[in-house]
Structure formats: structure tokens, C-alpha cells
Design a binder for this molecule. Structure first.
Ligand code: PGA
Length: 248
């Protein structure tokens, strides 16, 4: 049985005081037995949030890492740096990284390798822009993202991967994919994993939905057979909203 996962992505939001208050509030939430909670935190607050969440079930994710282990890359953060402060996860391939920072599938494949080598687990994002959805080529678009970014991994390595399907037209827009659209795409993704790795690997993979998840739509989205939880942006910044999503 796959567990449910509620992952927050704070993006470039919160001051130190706000980050600490939010981490404290979420650490105090009664988390259901079969549920995992992950907070995606800006680099500068990772240590503070890790300390606050210690002893709770809350896991901590960085929102990016560099593909090299170390070196002359001013301003960058490596995967071994993150594991050296006991960070659990890294979010890779978010559409904002792909769009604003030019991260392509080949670079993301290298980042995935670097993260896994350092001992991080990866939340790997995929998802299509609006024009691709309108052209109805979204399945092949996402397949290419996974093929080139992820499917070079061994089946064993997939145990440390969570996939987040985030249609770009639903991110931060208030427009959520319908539960049918989410389920259809998640089923397609699971079938892609089955085609590459077999049914066991496909059955184990956690696939999260992201894009305007809110307390009001979380229950129906997470109730879909192939939706194993959510990657939540805006609503993860409010303790009450994210708590409601965890409980959904
Ligand atoms: P949103 O963001 O929930 O604000 O739409 C989701 C994401 O980008 O991960």
C-alpha cells in the first residue's frame, strides 16, 4: 500500500520568523499514520526548520541543488551540503526552475544523479504548459520529461523518487486540474513506469498532484486511485490551510 504524502513548497517566501512559526505549527499537527509530510524550504531556513521539526514526523526538502559535488560555482548549493545538515529530500525539475532558470531534462538527470548519490530523496516534477494541454499532446510531453530526466535510473533507485505531476496552467493560477484530469495523467505516468520498469515498480511509485491544491479540493484529488498526495505551493504558506490538506 502506498502512503499519502502532503508536500509543501514554500518557494521564495517567508522571513526567518515566518518560516519558524510555520514549521512550529506544522510540527504540532497530528499527522495520520499512513501520511508523510514534507516541507520544501528556502536554503537559508533549512537548518532552522530541520531543528524545529526534529522529533516530529515532518521531513524537510530543499527546493534545488547543483549537479556537481563541489567546486567553483559561486552562489550554488550542492547535494552533499544538504545531506551534511540532514536534509531528507530535494525538489528537482519544478516548472519554475525549468522556465526561469533554463533547466532542461539533461541537466535535471544530472541533478537527480547527484542528489541520489549524496543520499537525498528526490521529488521530481513534471507537467505541461497550457498550449500543450490544448494541443492534447500532454501525455507525450510528460513522457519525454520522465524519459530524459528520470528513466535512466535503475529500478532500485526509483525507491528514492517521488514524482509530482504539476500542470503548469494550474500552478498558482487558482485553476486546478479536475479530479478526472489528474487521475488520467497519473494513470498514464504509472503506465509509463510499468512499461519501463514493470508493474511492481509502478505500483510502488508515489505520484503527487500539484497545481492550486487547496483545503477545498484536496480530498477529491487525493481520493483518486493514482493520486498519492499533493505538492502544494500557495496553500502551504498558511498553517491552517496546509493542516487541512494534511488531514485530507
Ligand atoms: P500552487 O503551487 O499550489 O501555488 O499552485 C504548486 C507548486 O508550484 O508546487
Amino acid at each position: 500500500m502506498r502512503k499519502k504524502i502532503a508536500a509543501g513548497n514554500w518557494k521564495m517566501n517567508n522571513t526567518k520568523a515566518e518560516a519558524e512559526a510555520l514549521a512550529k505549527a506544522i510540527s504540532a499537527v497530528e499527522i495520520p499514520e499512513d501520511t508523510e509530510v514534507i516541507l520544501g524550504v528556502p536554503f537559508v531556513f533549512l537548518s532552522a526548520v530541520k531543528e524545529i521539526t526534529a522529533g516530529s514526523k515532518v521531513q524537510v526538502a530543499a527546493q534545488n541543488c547543483h549537479q556537481e559535488e563541489s567546486g567553483a560555482y559561486t552562489g550554488e548549493i550542492s547535494a552533499p551540503m544538504l545531506t551534511s545538515i540532514d536534509i531528507d529530500y530535494v525538489i528537482l525539475g519544478h516548472s519554475e526552475r525549468r522556465e526561469y532558470f533554463g533547466e532542461d531534462n539533461a541537466l535535471l538527470a544530472a541533478k537527480v544523479d547527484a542528489a541520489l548519490k549524496a543520499g537525498l530523496k528526490v521529488i521530481f516534477c513534471c507537467g505541461e504548459p497550457l498550449n500543450i494541454r490544448e494541443e492534447e499532446t500532454h501525455v507525450s510531453y510528460v513522457k519525454k520529461q520522465l524519459q530524459e530526466g528520470l528513466f535512466h535510473l535503475s529500478e532500485a533507485a526509483l525507491d528514492d523518487i517521488i514524482i509530482a505531476y504539476e500542470p503548469i496552467w494550474a500552478i498558482g493560477t487558482g485553476v486546478t486540474a479536475s479530479k478526472e484530469q489528474a487521475q488520467d495523467m497519473h494513470k498514464e505516468i504509472r503506465d509509463m513506469i510499468a512499461a519501463n520498469y514493470g508493474a511492481t515498480a509502478a505500483g510502488k511509485m508515489h505520484i503527487l498532484y500539484g497545481g492550486s491544491v487547496k483545503p477545498g479540493n484536496a480530498t477529491e484529488l487525493f481520493g483518486q486511485e493514482d493520486v498519492d498526495g499533493g505538492l502544494v505551493g500557495g496553500a502551504s504558506l498558511k498553517a491552517a490551510d496546509f493542516t487541512a490538506i494534511i488531514q485530507a
